[in-house]
Design a binder for this molecule. Structure first.
Ligand SMILES: [Zn+2]
Ligand SMILES: [Zn+2]
Length: 280
């Protein structure tokens, strides 16, 4: 593999950014020479895949971090695409217990029907590793209102590692799971000074970045308070406090990881359909 590409089919998170589609919520498509993989397919994952000409039937894996709708609403339909309309036994479905079987607070969100056809189902807990083609994936710890929530660390042989925090509050050691990654994707739902149990603020992101020491940070999964405050402004705070280049993700943005990390914003501004669409 000489290149890994990430396409942001959504950068919104939390109930009201999702319900209003102020930002899209379709998750992240990860593409290499040999695979397509989808991470956290919230509402819009299918529609925006098609909209951006990313054929969902090419998927080799669907990964989820927890059972909230902004992370898994479109999972079943992507499983249908991955299995070519449930006609061929293919692909990997990786998700924690809450998503697959349900726990005391939420789930399950993938029906028995949809769990029958993927070639492999992996129940992810912190420390579980698996591979999708030549990408080695480690489930990492997160602390969120779904107690089974995990983050992920993706290791490639040639272009380094990527970390994805999912929804988590700051806890001692969270950044250690992502030590040495080149690219760290953080779900920074809340701006500075607006903490919410189980979620990440800009201040929490600063602490995680200091622990992890990545080459670049991308803040994403913005809630309404973050959107109104200005996600680019909050990303700048992370960059200034840590010295690590930090971007606020935007819908339709692509990141290409090769020898360098290159970022391409959508040429025409992509928006969610929401009436409160950000005017940035
Ligand atoms: Zn979320
Ligand atoms: Zn959540």
């Amino acid at each position: 593999m000489t290149r890994l590409e990430l396409v942001f089919l959504g950068t919104g998170g939390g109930r009201f950014a999702t319900l209003t589609q102020t930002r899209r919520t379709g998750g992240i498509r990860i593409i290499s020479d040999s695979l397509h993989m989808h991470l956290d397919p919230g509402p819009g994952a299918l529609i925006y895949s098609l909209n951006m000409k990313l054929n969902p039937q090419k998927l080799k894996a669907v990964l989820m971090s927890h059972c909230h709708p902004d992370h898994c609403n479109d999972a079943e339909i992507l499983v249908e695409a991955m299995t070519h309309g449930m006609t061929s036994r293919r692909g990997i479905l990786a998700a924690p217990r809450s998503v697959l079987f349900g726990n005391e607070v939420c789930g399950p969100v993938i029906s028995k029907y949809h769990q029958q056809t993927p070639e492999k189902i992996i129940e992810t807990r912190p420390g579980v590793t698996f591979t999708v083609d030549d990408i080695k994936i480690l489930a990492t710890e997160a602390q969120h209102s779904d107690p089974d929530t995990v983050g992920y660390r993706l290791e490639t042989r040639d272009v380094g590692a990527i970390g994805y925090s999912s929804d988590t509050e700051y806890f001692e050691g969270v950044g250690k799971s992502y030590k040495g990654v080149r690219l760290l994707l953080l779900c920074v739902m809340r701006p500075s000074g607006e903490p919410w149990k189980g979620h990440m603020t800009t201040e929490d992101a600063v602490k995680i970045v200091e622990e992890a020491g990545p080459e670049m940070v991308v803040a994403t999964h913005f809630g309404m308070k973050m959107i109104f405050r200005g996600s680019a402004r909050e990303a700048k705070i992370i960059e200034e406090k840590t010295g690590v280049p930090t971007l606020a993700a935007s819908d339709g943005m692509r990141i290409s990881m090769g020898a360098k990390i290159q970022v391409e914003r959508a040429k025409r501004k992509q928006r969610g359909l929401g009436e409160f669409a950000e005017s940035l």
